[in-house]
Write a protein that binds this ligand. Structure first.
Ligand code: ZN
Length: 243
């Protein structure tokens, strides 16, 4: 039997599994996304039940079973409790965690992505009126950490880029736009540039109008969809809540 693994992570999903058990999807710095079979945690009397809820950042002790880990114990570090009191904030938090997990995958280091996720969840608890701004900042910074930051110089012909191509991440002029090129306003373009040059703290605390944040978010979502192949279900849920 291997030594138990001690690892910190954020619970991305806790799926029902049997009568009393859950299958956890957890994002970690050292191993990217891992699956954990957590027996007995559906019972509120179980000592681990609190620390395995979605978005909890916890200290896990695990047995390695080859294809999945099994839970020995989980101690809560941070529950981001304020998110649980607001259905919209919770939806944003879940989407952030799902998107980070999509982008990282299994068996990958996720140092930057974990820092981004933890700081973004914290900012969501502090400033719920800025959720849309935090969302666009999260999405753009995630593109950068995942290695596909948009290319923000002018169009290849030298003309100013007034379209953002969501398949290539390039700014293009009206003449060189393609089927995936979307009009981008100067304000939205300056957000792309700001985020790329700013550190994480500056990125998560900057101020822009919600309408600009929404424009940036729509472009970032489409770009992420092209890069990752799909977007998490949590995004559909946010859009439903907004109607
Ligand atoms: Zn051009």
């Amino acid at each position: 039997m291997n030594e138990p693994l001690k690892i910190k992570g954020v619970v991305v999903n806790a799926a029902q599994w049997g009568d009393n058990d859950k299958m956890l999807t957890v994002l970690t710095r050292e191993k990217g996304v891992i699956s954990i079979a957590a027996k007995g945690v559906k019972s509120l009397k179980n000592k681990n039940s609190q620390a395995v809820s979605p978005l909890c950042y916890s200290d896990f002790v695990l047995n390695d079973k080859g294809d999945a880990y099994s839970l020995v114990s989980a101690d809560l570090i941070e529950s981001f409790y304020a998110l649980r009191e607001d259905v919209m904030a919770l939806a944003y938090g879940v989407y952030f965690a799902q998107l980070a997990a999509f982008s990282v995958g299994r068996n990958n280091l996720a140092d930057d992505e974990m820092r981004l996720l933890l700081n973004s969840l914290y900012m969501l608890t502090k400033s719920k009126e800025r959720m849309e701004v935090i969302k666009c900042a999260f999405e753009l910074k995630l593109c950068e950490y995942a290695g596909f930051a948009p290319y923000l110089d002018s169009c290849m012909c030298g003309e100013e880029g007034v379209y953002f191509d969501v398949s290539t991440g390039e700014m293009v002029c009206a003449l060189h736009r393609g089927e995936h090129s979307k009009k981008i306003s100067p304000a939205a373009r300056s957000v792309f540039e700001y985020v790329q040059n700013a550190d994480l703290k500056e990125t998560l605390t900057f101020t822009i109008d919600n309408s600009v944040a929404e424009e940036v978010s729509l472009l970032a979502e489409e770009f992420l969809k092209h890069q990752l192949g799909r977007l998490p279900k949590g995004l559909d849920y946010i859009k439903k809540l907004k109607i």
